[in-house]
Design a protein around this ligand. Structure first.
Ligand code: HEC
Length: 226
């Protein structure tokens, strides 16, 4: 009985191994014949060798020698732009001039200054927008200061109510370095929320356009208000 089982097992194994050998042999002979130096067994070439290069006959493309402008706007630190606007006596419509980081004279208008008070993340990473605190409602705005509009900025801080057109001047009467705005922007104040970090030196903005003398002599600047 035991012998029989053994016989079956060995028999099956022998048949199986012979089968495998015959199968492999069949495939080999089928592909290569009776040779051992068979090309089909060689590794597949995955990259073709560099093809023959045709000599170039077309003329090389002329590359324009003009420098490519990344932006036609001027670059300046955000605080310096406000400073230039204040120093120009804070005009509402008229253009004011500033010198950008490349030493070029540029001009801008208040329309490009206002967004600096409206934007978050501008002064340093995570900074709140000035208007998120100093908003239009002076009854709740810290220091009763509204930075959300030209009129609000000019009216200044510590206003009794929204109708009060004049509070404390925050523009240093045109002297940027002496203004409250400069002080609260550039100097950090540890105990005042929203002012605990000073302006980061690399908060640059792209604004204005290079100032061209001939154009500006035609456009009136600084229209006096009656
Ligand atoms: C988190 C709220 C908050 C934010 C944001 C904030 N401020 Fe203030 N700001 C204050 C507080 C509080 C005071 C001090 C109020 C006081 O002394 O009564 C103050 C005071 C000031 C003052 C002085 C006014 C005065 O008469 O003393 C100026 C100017 C000012 N902020 C400008 C700004 C500008 C510009 C920004 C944006 C860069 C800004 N603030 C962002 C809360 C804020």
């Amino acid at each position: 009985m035991n012998d029989d089982v053994q016989k079956y097992i060995y028999g099956t194994l022998t048949i199986f191994i012979t089968g495998v050998l015959v199968w492999v042999g069949f495939i080999f002979i089928n592909a290569c014949g009776f040779s051992l130096a068979c090309k089909q067994g060689a590794a597949v070439v995955e990259r073709t060798p560099i093809p023959t290069l045709f000599p170039a006959t077309m003329p090389a493309l002329e590359i324009e020698s003009k420098p490519v402008l990344v932006s036609d706007k001027c670059q300046i630190a955000a605080a310096d732009l406000i400073g230039a606007w204040v120093s120009a006596n804070s005009p509402e419509e008229a253009a004011f001039q500033f010198v950008d980081v490349n030493g070029e004279t540029c001009e801008s208008t208040f329309a490009e200054v206002q967004p600096l008070f409206n934007e978050s993340n501008l002064w340093h990473s995570g900074s709140l927008a000035c208007v998120s605190c100093h908003s239009v409602d002076v009854s709740i705005s810290p220091a009763q200061l509204d930075l959300s509009s030209y009129a609000g900025i000019l009216a200044g801080s510590r206003r009794e109510n929204a109708e009060a057109k004049k509070g404390t001047d925050i523009l240093g009467e045109g002297t940027w370095g002496k203004s409250l705005l400069y002080e609260f922007l550039v100097v950090s104040k540890a105990d005042i929320p929203g002012h605990t970090q000073s302006v980061s030196a690399d908060s640059f903005v792209f604004v204005g356009k290079p100032f061209v003398e001939s154009v500006s002599t035609q456009t009136p600047t600084a229209t006096p208000k009656p």
